[in-house]
Design a protein around this ligand. Sequence first.
Ligand code: UDX
Length: 620
Amino acid sequence: MPPAGHPDESMYQDMASSSPTTPDDHSFFSSAPRAERQVDHISPGYSSPSSQFADAHRSVRNICCVGAGYVGGPTATVIAYQNPHIRVTAVDRDAQRIRRWNSRHLPINEPGLRDMVRIARDGSKGFSSANEADGGSLDVETERCIAEADLVFIAVNTPTKGSGVGAGAATDMTAFEAAVCEIARHARAGTIVVEKSTVPCRTAQLVQDMLAAHRPGVRFDILSSPEFLAAGTAIQDLLRPDRVLIGSSPTPSGRRAADALADVYAAWVPRARIIGTNVWSAELAKVVANAMLAQRLSSINSISAICEATGADIDEVVAAVGSDARVGARFLKPGIGFGGSCLKKDVLSLVYLAESLGLGHVAEYWRHVVSMNEQQRDRFSRRVVRCLNNTLVGKKITILGFAFKANTSDVRESPTMDIIRTLRDENPLEIAIFDPCCNPAAVRQEIEATMKRDQNTWKANGCPVIIYSDVYEACAASNAILITTECYEFKITWQAYSIERESSKRFYPTLFARRKLTEMDIIALHESLLQLSKCEEGDPLRRFVEEPLCAEDCPDCELVGTRAGGYRAEADVDWRKISHHMKKPRWLFDGKGIIAPKEIASKMASLGIHVESIGRQGNL
Ligand code: UDX
């Protein structure tokens, strides 16, 4: 959608005046006076955020989430879990996805998600702060669910446009537009419509126009409340967000809608973390947050190239630079570049927005963030070819990791795909792939789909790409191993990492001193007990009720290696065993910097493995 100019009050006035027939003193609303606030003038350093949203006034009893994917599914689950008094439904046009949400085989593999779903969807046997946690359900009856809702989230896919005007940069609004049409057709007057999908700045205007076109004279309130969850940590991000944004129009009705949504989040998010903005700011802030993360990564990756050429060590540079509080330590890990469905898409969306606004130099600035990212993985692939004497003919190359990051089975926009493309052009004997988190069938599907898009055949150049479910088979007779996902299984001392990763979940018994446990206390206790028993799954508090049984012919049960909690191969890598079966000279290309320099010097050297890491010169 091309941006429509600068934010101004007129759009808000339009939004407010489009439906004069609906009174502002709807019975849902509280008549209690609240401090008047011009949403436009909230500064980022708003001094008393807890007072931004008034308490209970227009209560939400029924929420429908349109889109049950990576954002909609986990978001609906956590909202249902935390608000047992609210009926939450998630709808999706993909009936198979809904079937999986309602089964033992969730469509998404996220740490902690399954436990949340079991309580939110199936109910709890007990040990609940409010013992009525049966509010969630997933449905295919879009029409009914939207019609019954007080509040509808739009959480559908907004990928980059593949063709037509703005192809390769603009946002493809097809699914979003379809969702708005459904809402326009079925929603009750007064429904709060919330943009959860990442959308271009000023999309609320589009929503407003579409609703007005379909339902002239009917009032809807449109909010922007973008999601900041990341794959692999979605549940933690939802449970303990840095902030929750609610963008609303500065009309009385808009403010009441924002307050109502704030109440839903306030069931578990401290009010001080719920930030009110105008609608455009919320829409833009989401895109900018991702663009800034991408920019950090491209910046540090550009420095990794300088380190490789000079002998400076990227980890030492990162530690030195990141310890400056103004820079901060997070999102500075160099690698083969960022992947995933969001960062690139959102930078490109910003590029398109800037171009549409006639800000060519701004667009050019952000475009470099993406081209730097592409250069990074290309540089890595070329390094592999160079080290192997500029020929891969007759050689087996093993790739460890296919998901775009650790702890997820999400393979969309995986940087590994670009590496496979480049290496395959070198005619190797075989490219072997292993990822402990990904179902081999899903990896095969993604590669086949990408090759098809590239108009290439599966066995182009005669080089087979084979996906393994056993790491040792994948590495046997290999000339070079490439680590492309930072899975803890590939680390030499992953136990230490795992403890560090989980330490935030510690539960403090002093919580029992409180009069009433909150759901967050119970979650912390649950996580803590799992940690103590050193297992990722289980029901230490005996809360779960029986899950729905699968049908005899359940297609998901038939998928190779599928386990109830999602796919995870047993693969704590024994590098001694791997090195034993590799071809000499043994090469390891660490694209994620997970093998520390001291481990390279001691363990890897003793195994006769030459390690080449991003941002460091090789150990030859
Ligand atoms: C991102 C944002 O983080 C999240 O807030 C937003 O809602 C969705 O987009 P996601 O793409 O799921 O989340 O993962 P993220 O953790 O941001 O990682 C993106 C990519 O950057 C991955 O390929 C990851 O491996 C890479 N990365 C991340 C690095 O290379 N180094 C780092 O230090 C961090």
